[in-house]
Design a protein around this ligand. Structure first.
Ligand code: SRM
Ligand code: SF4
Length: 558
């Protein structure tokens, strides 16, 4: 096998290889009661177990002034391929969040759940409680295949269940073989025969970097399929899934001031028929190429997008076909028209009911005006709804029988969830913000704590210019890493320093065009001034039904 030989391996490469299947000294450093932190190498390793060590950045100064260690805690992210849990699991999650974390249940941009603020002594009990609820966090982070996302709303098509099943199978393909998770967190006995955990996919070095997969069902690109290392686009003919268009090399992370880094949309490679073995083989071999050719010395340059740009798309495709042992066919026609979640009561092809709940920036907690968390707990306790998560950080109460709809609706009404959802404008519903402060160590500016108030002001500008709310896609992140996918928004804000954002304009509605940087490091006043002028132009010069993103591109504003 052709393998790229690289000198100067990054420190994380050494940590992975010396980790004995991701065990490291996690058991020992977890038991070290002198610090709330883990030992240094273990801080890298816990990511593979779905966790990050963080600290409360709001309290750094106070802690330092008191000569105290920073307030360390852990974020745990679940592996939920396709973003689905039962009502019973939601109730368990609610209780686990209350007992071990800040209590806020956070729905992420990759269709799963994170809990924050878990103290070191609570980490293991949290994982054990998750296990009891048949939930795990294996590979939710780290240099492996991450949570596999798929089209969220079953109303979209009768093949939704098939696509959801594919998400599960792709997740299995990308699971490491090591039993470390079970030994460390669930006290399983080590295997007597270590050969059983030999890992032909990841070997002992895992991937050079994170790897992400998504499956979209046209016409909705709610998963932002082109932002993924591997994007599969379901091709449906006569209501039957006939296969997938395969796109590879998407990724959004960039670093301010490092021109070698850039967001990139996935390149179309071709089509694979809906033969499970073949589809999984394509995914597996794309991962092996990245394993073998990805940059292991500079982590900023190690995502698949850079590997593909270095090799060239055609050479990458040829290598893939060689490894698969079959060619990809020519890509099939498809069309995306939107990325938004579907609101209001909806029925799928089997007559089951679905209701998308507006969970702003994915944060589930009780507010003064809406008891969101309490309502969802009560719904879960009826066991009459499942819970599905969307890549727009929202929640769908799903699979509700006709006879149970009234009961669920009454709970939502009692706690003001219906009104809260109905009252939110489309622009607010479509908005996405990453976590940023106070937990993200990489945040340069606020995102989820700030975007809601900025949206209120932007709504004011829409009214001022008599623009109807057509759901303009606005996204914000606290740094250029792109967790809220701001580079594929019509208006993207990317944090540069506290209170300042680069403003990007010109993404399209369906997620097929990157936006461009329009202005740098604006504060709120400048953001609103810029938007005021742009909306004035948009209001005067736009064509019928033209979106803001399309308008700024046609007018050469970016
Ligand atoms: Fe992300 C790192 C949060 C989706 C690109 N991301 C982080 C960390 C873990 C910070 C860190 O490394 O210590 C953030 C934790 C914040 C916190 O306190 O919780 C974080 N990312 C998130 C979430 C929770 C944002 C959200 O508010 O929903 C999303 C969790 C997804 C999940 O469930 O798995 C999240 N991150 C994304 C996405 C969007 C996507 O995948 O569709 C991207 C852009 C797509 C991509 O991967 O290119 C993304 N996150 C990054 C990057 C840049 C990677 C790169 O290639 O340069 C980093 C930094 C890194 O890896 O070094 C990062
Ligand atoms: Fe943190 Fe930056 Fe990701 Fe936001 S975009 S969660 S600030 S890493």
């Amino acid at each position: 096998m052709e393998e790229q030989q690289q000198n100067n391996l990054s420190p994380v490469e050494r940590i992975k290889q010396a980790s004995d299947g991701l065990r490291g000294t996690l058991k020992e450093s977890l038991a070290d009661g002198l610090t709330g932190a883990l030992w240094e190498d273990d801080q890298s390793l816990i990511k593979f177990h779905g966790m990050y060590q963080q600290d409360d950045r709001d309290r750094r100064e106070e802690r330092s002034a008191k000569k105290l260690e920073w307030l360390y805690s852990y974020m745990i992210r679940l592996r939920l391929p396709g973003g689905f849990i039962t009502g019973e699991q939601w109730e368990a999650l609610h209780n686990i969040a209350g007992e071990h974390s800040t209590g806020v249940i956070k729905i992420t941009t990759r269709q799963t759940i994170q809990l924050h603020g878990i103290l070191k002594s609570h980490v293991k009990p949290t994982i054990q409680d998750f296990h009891t609820a048949k939930l795990d966090s294996i590979s939710a982070c780290g240099d492996v295949n991450r949570n596999v996302v798929c089209a969220a709303h079953p109303k979209q098509s009768a093949i939704h269940e098939q696509i959801y099943a594919y998400a599960g199978k792709l997740s299995e393909v990308g699971l490491p073989k090591t039993r470390a998770y079970y030994e460390i967190w669930l006290d399983d006995q080590p295997l007597t025969d270590k050969k059983q955990e030999e890992d032909p996919l990841y070997q002992d070095r895992y991937l050079p970097r994170k790897f992400k997969m998504a499956i979209a069902i046209p016409p909705n690109n709610d998963v932002d399929v082109f932002a993924n290392d591997l994007g599969l686009i379901a091709i449906i003919e006569n209501d039957k899934l006939i296969g997938f268009n395969v796109a590879a090399g998407g990724g959004l992370g960039a670093t301010h001031g490092n021109a070698n880094t850039y967001p990139r949309l996935a390149s179309m490679l071709g089509f694979v028929e809906a033969d499970e073995e073949k589809v999984l083989k394509v995914a597996y071999e794309i991962i092996t190429i990245q394993r073998d050719y990805g940059n292991r010395s500079d982590r900023k340059m190690s995502r698949l997008k850079y590997t593909i740009d270095k090799m060239g798309v055609e050479a990458f495709k040829a290598e893939l076909e060689k490894r698969c042992g079959f060619p990809l066919e020519k890509e099939r026609p498809y069309a995306f028209t939107e990325r938004a979640d579907i609101y209001g009561w909806q029925q799928n092809h089997e007559g089951k009911w679905f209701y998308t709940v507006f969970t702003e920036n994915g944060r589930v907690l009780d507010h003064e005006t809406v008891a969101l968390k309490t309502a969802l707990l009560e719904v879960s306790q009826t066991r009459k709804a499942n819970f599905r998560f969307t890549c727009n950080q929202k929640l769908i109460l799903s699979d509700i029988e006709e006879k149970d709809k009234k009961e669920v609706e009454a709970i939502l009404a009692k706690h003001n969830v219906l009104k809260h959802t109905d009252d939110a404008s489309d622009v607010r519903k479509n908005a996405v913000a990453c976590v940023a402060f106070n937990t993200c160590p990489l945040a340069l500016a606020e995102a989820q704590r700030y975007l809601p108030s900025l949206i209120t002001k932007i709504e004011g500008l829409f009214s001022k210019h008599k623009l109807e709310d057509n759901g303009t896609i606005i996204r914000m992140t606290g740094c250029p890493n792109g967790c809220g996918r701001p580079y594929v928004a019509e208006i993207g804000f990317v944090g540069t320093s506290y209170g300042h954002y680069n403003m990007h304009l010109g993404g399209d509605r369906q997620g097929e065009r990157l936006n461009k940087k329009y202005k740098e490091s604006l504060n709120e006043e400048s953001i609103l001034q810029e938007l005021d002028s742009l909306f004035a132009l948009y209001s005067k010069k736009r064509k019928k039904a033209e979106t803001f993103g399309d308008f700024v591109v046609r007018e050469n504003i970016v």
